[in-house]
Write a protein that binds this ligand. Sequence first.
Ligand code: ZN
Length: 415
Amino acid sequence: MNFDWTNMASAMHKVFMPLVAILASSLLTLNSANAGSVSRIDTSDSQITVSFDGLVEGASAFSLVGPDRIAVDIKGGKAGARGGRATGIIKSVRQGQYDPDTARIVFDLDRPAFVTAGKFSADGKSLKLQLQLVGRSEIRNGRKSFLPPLNFRAEPPTKRYSVKVPLGKPQDEVSLPKIYGPDDDSRPLVVIDAGHGGHDPGAISPHGSQQEKNITLAISRALRDQLVASGRVRVAMTRETDKYLVLEERYGIARRLDADLFISIHADSAGNQAAAGATVYTLSEVASDREAAKLAARENRANIINGVNLGGANRDVSSILIDLTQRETMNVSADFAKLLVREGQRMIKFRTNPHRFASLVVLKAPDTPSVLFESGYLTNKEDVELLSSRTGQSKVAIGIANAIEAHFARKLAQR
Ligand code: ZN
């Protein structure tokens, strides 16, 4: 199975997930009970004979150089228990199950050779291959195929299962959320993004009692309430319930609402239980340190479920070029991050060097100033107690709200 997500991405300028991903095809092969197993392998300088205890569908052989090898694939066959005896130019023989339907035998060679011809016996139970020594440059990558006589050929598997797992309801775009606050379009709009949600819990505290997705939602609600109470800005949330959104949908909401600021709320975890305090991340293709790069890898993984990348567009986020609009947006984001540290520190305990840079997908909106706020560590005792308490959540919310209001007051003064 090989989805080409990058092609899909080009068709979507706001990226939304395909709804059903086929997670596995040909998971099972039937008829395997009837498949012939490799029962014996005989070799000489010019010939290989592979014998089976039952019927197989066919075989193919190809040569490899450096190290020199010949590989023989037996379709509809099972690998046998023993490797086989090596003689002449064949140094060793190995075999194994390449996939549920194919046994592979590898002959390690003294010098380069290839299979010139091959033939199944009349009863289909053995295959003779003719070898020819050649110069290394004469080895070509082609594969030669051989079929047993029609009456002695195993049937290909009649049934292959595909498993389809529905990942969501069909919809082109997630619906836009409610806007809280004054009914006045001239007021700045802040979009708060509670990280993770649904099947994606995010970080989990050591005993599993706290999940990041719940803490981020609680802090986001507290922040919304704080901002709405002061009445200076309008507020929307990417999610208000325990639901899953891919990263592009999160900033996509901010873009569609033409938001003035996007703030994604998270909580981190670390192997070191002493790690504590908040960090503010803004976008950069170059991570400020190794830890920031690792954090980006962790947070960007939110787009992947069951091995399928639902985000699509930014498979390799670091290779995306940042255009000029985005550069301007990044400057505003960085200014806000500094302000958040300065204004927030009365209420929020930050780490040393609290403003860091990382290639985070959720911050990729080219035209919306965006920050990702890691509120603390679920692996730290004090942090998790604080972040899971109402008091702690509202302290964090007040700290962020103060910074948001200072940010827009400053912008207003600059006009
Ligand atoms: Zn997170």
